[in-house]
Design a binder for this molecule. Structure first.
Ligand SMILES: [Zn+2]
Length: 102
């Protein structure tokens, strides 16, 4: 499947942690994001991208009893990739401005 880009985690009253991942599949153009439960293979079809945390939280709560501490974390490697790409984009933009002004 795709590369996990984000994790939604929630905890049961007993302290067990459950995770649902957002996986980005680059085989599609444009890419598609899938929400996949790491514990039972649940994967709804994503119609909107804005409410994935609600869908993940609802599933983790209703299917696994993980009702506490719903949180999202971005995948570490994707976060690092963006930290590298942003300065490069900034440098390119500055270069473009310099070219346009001269
Ligand atoms: Zn599940």
């Amino acid at each position: 499947m795709g590369a996990p880009i984000r994790h939604y985690t929630a905890t049961t009253p007993g302290g067990e942690v459950f995770t649902a991942n957002v996986e980005r599949d680059f085989r599609y153009d444009p890419y598609r994001d899938f929400l996949v439960c790491a514990h039972c293979g649940w994967s709804p079809s994503l119609l909107t991208t804005g409410k994935t945390i609600d869908m993940a939280g609802e599933h983790l709560a209703s299917a696994h009893g993980a009702v506490h501490g719903l949180s999202q974390q971005e995948n570490e490697s994707f976060r690092k990739a963006r930290l590298i790409v942003l300065p490069i984009a900034a440098v390119l933009l500055i270069g473009l401005f310099v070219c346009l002004r001269s």
